[in-house]
Design a protein around this ligand. Structure first.
Ligand SMILES: Cc1ncc(COP(=O)(O)O)c(C=O)c1O
Ligand SMILES: N[C@@H](CCOP(=O)(O)O)C(=O)O
Length: 475
């Protein structure tokens, strides 16, 4: 399998090269040359598999430059009931991403049972093991520069802490994440972990990561890598749980399901889009945003209008406070018939802070074939959904999953099972849970009191040169 850039001006690469490289040299994002197709016989056989075996079968289609036995061992070491042990609602940890039944035809899928209680652990734990494997094979090291709105940062730091050939420099928006999210990251004292709180929003941090990645000389000299979902390996690993959710929610491969995905940077739902392109019977992909509704606006009107940081609200589902969704470029590449010239034209506008409008183009007519619909949720909706789910279904939802359930309920289709992806545990957003339910969400005993631990973080302006210098000074 070779990977091409959405901008079409970088040479195709193998998986292990793009794993370490992140963003393509031409500023685009990597995607497989074509999506592998899953046959009916494969679907029938995969239904019986454990999560790790299923992950191996799917990832082996995308990763053809790691020997099969080694890939199998890496995946088996990653997807264990011990790593994803923080199940709730009676979920079976052996299923890794079990479903919780809310009512007939309506489920949540628990993706946040890993060490940092958010869905990012699903891919990041694998990434940690893949990095270690490839770096050891090549005798190399890597310095990761990442951006987080709250969950990628801790998942990456927990996956990479203590690894001798990896350093992590993680940019987060100063003061915008929940107290629990801040404590998870900033309390880590491992010498290979560096937290930088940026005066600004997530998009400012993500822009810095992209600017540094686009400086080819700096990237090469200081071995800069990526763990955000601009790294294809993140998206690939996330494809697996769509298959697992489908198998758990259905009895036969003749059935169709819909997935609702709380969305910000478009990485999670991009994996769902690819699962569907591979042949998984997904009737609909329902995209849910919070008040920062740039993606909802696109799927309703065909206009993509990234907002500035000043126009981006700080909300009670803070991990989705994103107004420039990096993986969206991967989806638009498919929407415009994989034409890199069109992508270059559209993203030259985005990179100048301008909007683009596809509503009057031939591409927009093709949109129904991708089966996307969307909706948005506000703070009041979130509180009402958390209360409703607690009273009616006896489950406690986090704020992002509540956004998902609110939009899912608006988009149910008779005879099609709806699966809402649970992207974080409520313990991460205690302030809002208390506001909604006047009660404290339970958290794993080992994470009790983390807010009181000493924190190690530097606060900086969103200045590319200064952040580059910080990285250089700490290598
Ligand atoms: C809890 C949570 N929900 C939803 C999202 C949005 O996911 P994505 O950025 O993949 O669209 C994020 C962050 O990415 C998150 O941390
Ligand atoms: N919500 C994310 C933002 C970064 O997304 P990513 O999937 O591109 O890493 C976060 O929690 O940091």
């Amino acid at each position: 399998m070779r990977y091409i850039s959405t901008r079409g001006q970088s040479a195709p690469q193998a998986f292990c090269d793009i794993l370490l490289g992140g963003l393509a040299p031409d500023g685009g994002l990597y995607l497989p040359e074509s999506y592998p197709q899953v046959t009916r016989a494969e679907l029938d056989a995969w239904r019986q598999l454990s999560y790790a075996d299923l992950a191996y079968e799917i990832l082996a289609k995308f990763i053809t430059d790691i020997p099969a036995a080694d890939l199998k061992a890496l995946v088996a070491r990653t997807y264990t009931a011990d790593v994803y042990r923080f199940t709730r609602n009676g979920g079976n940890a052996a299923e890794i991403t079990p479903l919780t039944r809310l009512e007939d035809g309506l489920y949540t899928q628990e993706l946040s049972n890993g060490p940092t209680l958010a869905f990012k652990d699903m891919a990041m734990q694998l990434l940690g093991n893949l990095f270690e494997y490839v770096l050891e094979q090549r005798g190399e090291s890597i310095n990761i520069l990442g951006a987080t709105s709250g969950d990628t940062g801790s998942a990456a730091e927990y996956a990479m802490r203590g690894k001798h050939n990896v350093k992590v420099f993680m940019l987060s928006p100063d003061g915008k994440m929940s107290a629990f999210q801040r404590a998870q990251m900033y309390s880590l004292q491992d010498p290979n972990i560096f937290n930088i709180a940026v005066r600004g929003m997530f998009d400012d941090a993500q822009d810095i990561v992209k600017a540094v990645s686009n400086d080819a000389a700096f990237k090469k000299q200081y071995k800069i890598g990526a763990v955000n979902s601009i790294n294809w390996a993140r998206v690939a690993a996330q494809i697996v749980y769509y298959f697992q959710g489908y198998f758990l929610a259905t009895r036969s491969n003749d059935e169709q399901v819909a997935f609702t995905v709380p969305s910000g940077n478009f990485g999670n739902i991009c994996a769902g889009h690819i699962a569907r392109m591979m042949g998984l019977p997904i009737a609909k992909l329902v995209l849910a945003t919070n008040e920062n509704d740039v993606l909802d606006e696109f799927f309703k009107r065909g206009v993509y209008r990234p907002r500035t940081s000043k126009e981006t609200s700080v909300t009670s589902s803070p991990s989705m406070d994103i107004s420039k969704a990096s993986n969206f470029e991967r989806f638009v590449f498919d929407l415009v018939g994989r034409d890199p010239v069109v992508i270059r034209e559209l993203w030259s506008k985005v990179d100048q802070g301008q909007a683009f409008d596809l509503s009057t183009t031939v591409y927009w007519k093709d949109k129904p074939k991708f089966a996307f619909v969307s909706g948005r949720s506000t703070h009041a909706d979130r509180l009402a959904t958390i209360r409703m789910a607690h009273e009616k279904y006896g489950v406690m939802l986090d704020t992002h999953t509540a956004d998902g359930l609110k939009v899912a309920l608006e988009n149910r289709q008779p005879g099609v099972t709806m699966i809402v992806l649970e992207t974080a545990q409520p313990a991460k957003f205690e302030e809002t849970i208390r506001e909604a339910l006047a009660t404290r969400p339970v958290r794993p005993a080992e994470l009790e009191g983390i807010e009181a631990l000493a924190q190690r973080v530097v606060v900086m302006d969103p200045d590319v040169a200064a952040i580059k210098q910080f990285v250089v000074d700490h290598l």
